[in-house]
Design a protein around this ligand. Sequence first.
Ligand SMILES: Cc1cc2nc3c(=O)[nH]c(=O)nc-3n(C[C@H](O)[C@H](O)[C@H](O)COP(=O)(O)O)c2cc1C
Length: 375
Amino acid sequence: MKDTMGLFKPLTLGAVTLQHRVVMAPLTRSRSIQPDSIPGDLMATYYDQRASDGGLIVGEATNISITSRGWLGSPGLYTADQVRGWKRIVDRVHGKGGVMFAQLWHTGRSSHVAMTGGEPPVSASVDPAYWRNPRHLVSIPGEWASPSPHRALTVAEIGAIVEDFRRAAERAMDAGFDGVELHGANGYLIDQFLQDGSNMRSDDYGGSIENRSRFPLAVVDALVSVWGASRVAVRIGPSGRWNGMSDSDPVALFSHLAQSLNRFELAYLHIIEPRIGGSELVHAGQGAVATEQLRAIYRGRMISAGGFEADTAAAAIEQRITDAVAFGRYFVANPDLPRRLREGLPLSDYNRDTFYTFDAKGYSDYPAWNSSQFV
Ligand SMILES: Cc1cc2nc3c(=O)[nH]c(=O)nc-3n(C[C@H](O)[C@H](O)[C@H](O)COP(=O)(O)O)c2cc1C
């Protein structure tokens, strides 16, 4: 049996204490009730299945406003009904002794007018090459479509989006979550401001690394104003090229960001490792930024994600490269993943075809380990 003991030591992340370090990564699964993006019973069953005593679940990316939507079926935190739906889920996770953070999301240019209530998607800058690239697709009713042409945000609108994040953080508190994680990875709005391949602005929000970090840090400030820093986290994907991301100097950019985040004393910084692009294994190119590099700069707790196996995860913790590991695809197919890793039980295979479909199949029908079922 593999030595996975490193994964089963308790860990304090800001104001919360975990009993183990097998974190459920945020996973968009498209099962909220449409058209109003309300988390319902199907989602409650799925999260309940994946909750464990003292285990952290980072909820799937959750939209902060209707205009922030860009993925059919993703849930929201901008209406009272959505808060009620999330509360039923968080209560069930708590009932099992679990801890749950909400991941707050603005998709920016990775969107379509069918998702935003008719408004053109917004971003740091206008880049027609993005919506003209046939590789970029967004999930809208009935199909995967090219993103709609986007426009650049004005300074006043940037301030309004910071307020949308603040209000969503308040709603996450009303829903009973234990904290909030800002989705700053995978080429969505926060990332679109950070990286200079998508941020061509010449005002206070573009140009220098300091300026490109201004909007993301203002959002962190807003979240901290609601929750206190010890229940706020940030997720970044410094090497993710998915969704049209690129930067001329990712090492400098993300080093600056990690350094700037030190002053908050957040619950944790969550990093997607270079070997993952979206959810595909890729080869890390030159300039790749991994947990190990940011560890030397960032003073708080870190969670790492991306292509980990039980033994590599335990080794990364033992070697103090990171403090906890988030698993994505394995959690899709193994609702009882912490137990399986602890006991060295076989892992079930996930079915990629049902990642983003809309019903129980390939979602809440993956069984927990039961030896008689598997012989
Ligand atoms: C189906 C699916 C949905 C995902 N949704 C999100 C998401 O909502 N937010 C996010 O930050 N990352 C998301 N990711 C990325 C995962 O959190 C994780 O970083 C990635 O799957 C790599 O981890 P793994 O190798 O353990 O799967 C998603 C990945 C998959 C496979």
